[in-house]
Write a protein that binds this ligand. Structure first.
Ligand code: NAD
Length: 272
């Protein structure tokens, strides 16, 4: 039987791929035989991930790219096409929260600075929409492709403290459905758009909320998350890989417009 999960030879662009979760996706997809374009605002982080892939015998190109700048995205698209000749998939991974857009004993909701709220909203929502325009157009021209967005638990039900991040990821989930319908009806039924909603993974963007900066111990919030995760632990970046490969491959060829939780059961648990 053919391997319906095969991603060998596919050219996969990943934004935010210098980061913790998308760096792991990049390494895993390259190991599965995909050609990976590692896009990140942080050139060194992108170079490190691409170097790890190359060192392990995989194919990768590192490209500095700002997902909020269409010129930068177009230059990245041209670089990827000149390197690999085509684009089969886009993972919109760049995103995250910011301390300044988070309520705390020092920062009341009533004082949240609009510029911090805008930063978080733009990074997550506009930073998904703009790459989908630039790379999605290539897919529309070729008639096939897959876009995979990265939403979050807070899109289903908002989490305390992170108003901007919750609203932005809710927008990402909503846009996933919108774009899935739009491209099918206006471009090609061979273009799919889905999202994963990771549960809780300890990374740089949430470390300040989940662990004590001085002791490294779990905060009360970190403990509450573990108590509400039936699997009883934070996710490991590798936990996302199977779902990502499924959604990018032909195994999911009739799946579009869905947001798949990868959360150790967090979204299913009422807390009782
Ligand atoms: P991370 O901070 O390790 O990675 C994010 C990467 O995005 C960084 O390498 C950063 O340089 C890059 N980036 C930031 N701004 C950019 C820009 N303007 N243009 C291009 N690249 C930019 O974070 P992570 O935890 O690995 O998060 C990856 C994705 O997963 C994000 O969308 C995040 O919101 C989402 N997510 C994370 C969790 C979690 O628990 N960590 C849960 C749900 C969703």
């Amino acid at each position: 039987m053919d391997n319906i999960f095969d991603v060998k030879g596919r050219v996969i662009v990943i934004t935010g791929a210098g980061g913790v979760l998308c760096g792991e996706m990049a390494r895993a997809l390259a190991k599965a035989g995909a050609k990976v374009a590692v896009l990140d605002l942080d050139e060194r982080a992108a170079g490190k991930v691409a170097g790890q892939i190359g060192g392990a015998g995989g194919a990768a190109v590192a490209v500095r790219c700002d997902v909020l700048d269409k010129g930068s995205l177009k230059a990245a698209r041209d670089r990827v096409v000149s390197e690999f000749g085509r684009i089969d998939a886009l993972i919109n991974g760049a995103g995250g929260n910011k301390k300044e857009a988070t309520t705390s004993p020092e920062m009341s909701f009533f004082d949240l600075p609009p510029e911090a709220v805008r930063f978080v909203f733009d990074l997550n929502f506009l930073g998904t929409l703009l790459p989908s325009q630039v790379f999605g157009k290539v897919m529309a021209e070729s008639g096939s492709g897959v876009i995979l967005n990265v939403s979050s638990m807070n899109a289903f039900r908002p989490l305390t403290k992170i108003a901007a991040y919750s609203a932005a990821k809710a927008a990402v989930s909503n846009f996933t459905q919108w774009l899935a319908v739009h491209v099918c009806r206006n471009c090609s039924a061979e273009i799919r758009v889905n999202a994963i909603a990771p549960g809780f993974f300890l990374t740089e963007q949430n470390r300040f909320l989940l662990t004590d900066e001085e002791t490294g111990e779990l905060t009360a919030r970190g403990k509450t998350i573990i108590e509400h995760t039936p699997a009883g632990r934070f996710g490991e970046p590798g936990d996302l890989v199977g779902t990502v490969i499924w959604l990018l491959s032909d195994a999911a060829k009739f799946v579009t417009g869905v947001v798949v939780p990868v959360d150790g059961g967090f979204s299913a648990f009422s807390g009782v």
